[in-house]
Design a protein around this ligand. Structure first.
Ligand code: UTP
Length: 292
């Protein structure tokens, strides 16, 4: 089975839930402790063996491009000052064997449309999609979520979606899947619906922001009309794909923080700060001192 070579990062959403922070900067550049959200996602893709990162950007693209580019002046200053540890941190953002491409989504017409904008860079091969505002942590000492999914993909050769159970009242925020058992933590998907009402939802299994997709999905996205919220939905493209080939839902090991929402973002900040090698111990002390 082919290796997955390309990861697509749709970063052209408006991020309205984080205004005014996202007025001039993409929400994927919001930092959790000391790294922007997009860097966590890129590191996850890199750890899954992917080396070509494709960013689908919108109006505020500069910050992301600059982040993954060489910061010549900064590196020079740090080098002159002999600050090797900081220099290593700066350089580690862009490993030498990693290629970054940028493509513009002219209007935020939906996630399906954003993924379509990257079609010509995916070499007609299976590819990953990572939504950086879902910050995923693998289990302690275990594999990242995308690496777990890549293992499933290499076994089955078909599209794999990361899923988790959500409370019934929250199904309308997600793509929801239902299917039949197909192995450990796996379902073969029979239905997938975008943002159903709790009454209409076929299950409580929600798609988290990680996908491995076969290229056949592009044709399906192209053919479909606009879906929920008037947007061109990736979920509807995957629903179309099911008529032609199998796709699987994988209940990942680990934890997801919905950093597209303020609460999820704050939770991620607290938990990652508590685990941070530099500030973790003192931050825990600080939390204990709070009267909450
Ligand atoms: P969201 O549904 O979270 O939308 O998109 P959003 O616009 O970013 O945020 P809010 O709801 O206004 O606060 C999910 C992911 O899909 C990308 C977003 O950047 C985000 O990573 N996206 C969405 C696009 O790239 N283009 C689109 O047209 C829509």
């Amino acid at each position: 089975m082919n290796k997955i070579k390309t990861a697509v990062f749709p970063v052209a959403g408006l991020g309205t839930r984080f205004l005014p922070a996202t007025k001039a900067a993409p929400k994927e550049m919001l930092p959790v402790v000391d790294k922007p959200l997009i860097q966590y996602a890129v590191e996850e893709a890199y750890a899954a063996g992917i080396r070509h990162m494709v960013f689908v950007t919108g109006r505020n693209k500069r910050a992301i491009e600059d982040h993954f580019d060489t910061a010549y002046e900064l590196e020079n200053e740090l080098e002159q000052a002999g600050k090797q540890a900081l220099l290593d941190i700066v350089r580690s953002v862009q490993p030498e064997d990693m290629l970054c491409s940028y493509v513009r989504q002219p209007r935020a017409l939906g996630l399906g449309h954003a993924v379509m904008c990257a079609e010509h860079l995916t070499e007609a091969a299976p590819f990953a999609v990572l939504l950086a505002d879902d910050l995923m942590m693998g289990p302690p000492g275990g594999q990242h979520v995308l690496a777990q999914m890549a293992d499933v993909f290499h076994r089955l050769g078909r599209s794999v979606l990361a899923v988790q159970e959500v409370p019934h009242a929250q199904v309308r925020r997600y793509g929801i899947v239902a299917g039949s058992p197909a192995g450990d933590r796996l379902l073969q998907i029979e239905r997938i619906v975008e943002k159903p009402s709790p009454e209409a939802a076929p299950s409580r299994l929600a798609v988290a922001g990680r996908y491995i997709l076969t290229p056949a999905v592009f044709e399906q996205i192209r053919q479909q009309p606009r879906g929920a919220g008037g947007e061109i939905q990736l979920t509807d493209g995957i629903a179309g794909l099911l008529k032609h080939e199998a796709a699987y839902a994988y209940t990942y090991l680990g934890k997801r923080f919905d950093c597209g929402s303020k609460e999820g973002f704050l939770e991620a900040t607290v938990e990652l700060a508590m685990a941070h090698p530099e500030v973790g111990v003192s931050f825990r002390e600080y939390l204990k001192s709070l009267k909450v």
